[in-house]
Structures are given as C-alpha cells and as structure tokens.
Design a binder for this molecule. Structure first.
Ligand code: AMP
Length: 305
C-alpha cells in the first residue's frame, strides 16, 4: 500500500560525547522515508528544501525508492537547519539552533499521483502544514499518523491541537507527553492525549523502549540495549518510518499488527543510532533487519508455567 510522508528535510549540526559534525543531511522526513523504504515500495515525499540542498542526496533518496516529485526546491531559499547537543547519557538533548527558513511558509502541494494514499505519515514540521496536507487529500487515508515535538507545543499549541483532532495515531516522547498533558503519570497523560483526538498513542522512552496505548490496552516494546550509541538523532523518525512502513506493507492496522510494527520500528531506530546521521540507514539489508527483529523477540519473550 502507498505511504505519503510529510516533514522536514534538513541540514543538521550535531554534537555528541563522541564527536561533532558540520552540516550533515537530516530532517524527520529523510529518516522516515529511508526507514520505510525497507518495507514499502510506494514511498512518496512532500517536503521543501532550499537551493543549497545537494542534488546527490535527492538522488540517494530516489535510489532507495523514494518518490521525490513532491519535494519542492526553492532555488533562492535556504534549507531548514537544526543543531542539537546531546548530554552525557545520550538520552536527552538540547536544541541549540532552529532555523525554519523555507519550511516556515511552505505551501505543501500534493502531486496528483499521491492522491488516494492509504497511509499518511505527518512527520515533524509546522503543525499548520501538517493540517493543510490532510485537507488537501481528496480521500481520507486508512491511517494518519503524526509526530511532533516540544517546540510546537510551546509556539503553536492551538494549531497542534487543531491537527490532533484529525489524526488516528500520535507518536511523541515521554517528556513531550508530559508537556502536552500536564500529567506526570504516562498512563494519565495517555488518557488525556487520546481525548484530544488520536485513538492510538505511542510514547517513546528513548533507550527504555516505547509504549503503545489504544483504548484500555497497553503494549510495551523494549529498546535493544546496544554496546555503543553513536548518535541518537533520527531515532524517533526511523522508528516512525519502520512502524508505518511495516503497517503499509502488511496493510493491517489492528492492535496486534501494531505490536509487530512497533518492534520493526524499534529495530530501525536501533540501526539509526549506530552511526552519525543517516549513514547506517542507507546501507541495510532485509536479512540484517530480520535478524535484529529476532533479537527483540528473544529479548522480551519468557514463559510462565
Ligand atoms: P529525532 O531525533 O527523531 O527526534 O529527529 C531529529 C530530526 O528532526 C533532525 O534531523 C532535525 O532536522 C529534525 N528537527 C528538529 N527540530 C525540528 C523542527 N522543529 N521541525 C521539524 N524537524 C525538526
């Protein structure tokens, strides 16, 4: 089934306890589409970059089967830029710089060939843009999933709440869930957030895994304890790409299948953090992914007599 992803395509500058990068390619939609490319063939992208964005990176996305017809290039504009610094524990980070540039006034045009998409992934970007995309789809997709972050809760809360009413599934981290709901208990937070619109909620807890909530049901997926985490940037987006890519490939949005999807998403996130930026995500094989999923199965399975 076809997947449409909207979100940032960016330059990132990162600092981790292991080193520093100059501007490298990043962005939510970059990680999402790359991760999803291992699952779904129809992998469509709507995003915007400036004339400073390298053509060979667009080529790399295309090599991974990403359709870039919907990637607008504003020749005289600058690409979105984000810079972040990770703390010693690698689980928390500070945003140092956010320059929206061409993303601020992006008018998302949906190519005709993307209409009728069954799965929509609204990756992290301006909430008003996320809403415009939903409004511009002639037919409501089977599943609309949205990712966001604390910045939008702080500067565009009304727009965010307005788009939340229209989506089926929200994915955020534990800190953001607490900020959005005003509740410390994640169970209480989940209840409040699901009352804002999304019937299903995923709360990511970094190296401590992720929780899936739907009605009164909860599922917990661990994160794989890795010997080395190099760069956590994009882990949340790779998770989302693996999750929705798997759902689109299997075309099954039942809670049981979401449990499997969350493991595939966690596997993609575990690869992403092993190298800087998108380096690890562009060089994966299906065999590696399946072997890693088996590690998750082993990690979390036990029997009680
Ligand atoms: P993650 O580590 O999965 O939370 O996502 C990291 C990616 O999000 C980076 O590649 C950034 O370019 C992108 N990003 C950071 N801040 C924003 C923002 N305000 N809007 C859209 N994308 C962002």
């Amino acid at each position: 089934m076809s997947l449409l992803t909207v979100g940032s395509v960016a330059f990132d500058a990162l600092e981790t306890p292991f080193g520093k990068t100059d501007k490298i390619i990043g962005g939510a939609a970059t990680y999402i589409t790359l991760a999803a490319s291992y699952f779904t063939q129809q992998n469509n992208l709507v995003a915007v970059v400036g004339g400073d964005f390298p053509q060979d990176m667009i080529g790399l996305l295309e090599e991974h089967g990403v359709d870039t017809k919907g990637l607008e290039i504003v020749q005289d504009g600058k690409t979105f830029f984000w810079s972040g610094k990770y703390h010693e524990d690698m689980n928390t980070r500070d945003t140092l710089i956010t320059e929206l540039n061409v993303m601020e006034h992006f008018d998302p045009i949906i190519p005709n060939s993307y209409q009728g998409t069954e799965y929509l992934m609204l990756g992290n970007t301006v909430p008003a843009t996320q809403k415009l995309v939903i409004e511009r789809l002639a037919k409501r997709p089977k599943l609309i999933m949205l990712d966001t972050m604390n910045l939008w809760m702080n500067i565009a809360l009304d727009d965010l709440k307005s788009v939340l009413k229209l989506v089926d599934l929200l994915t955020i981290n534990d800190e953001e869930a607490r900020l959005l709901s005003g509740e410390y208990s994640l169970r209480k937070a989940a209840k409040k957030i699901m009352a804002m619109g999304p019937k299903t909620l995923i709360i990511k807890k970094g190296e401590h895994g992720a929780l899936l909530f739907q009605d009164d049901r909860i599922f917990f997926a661990p994160a794989l304890p890795l010997e080395e985490v190099f760069d956590p940037t994009g882990a949340g987006d790779s998770f989302a790409g693996g999750f929705i890519g798997y759902l689109a490939a299997t075309d099954d949005i039942s809670f049981e299948n979401m449990k499997r999807a969350i493991i595939y998403g966690s596997a993609m996130a575990s690869f992403c953090v092993e190298k800087f930026g998108t380096e690890r995500l562009v060089n994966l094989s299906k065999e590696e992914i399946n072997a890693r999923v088996q590690e998750f199965v082993k990690l979390a399975s036990f029997e009680i007599q």
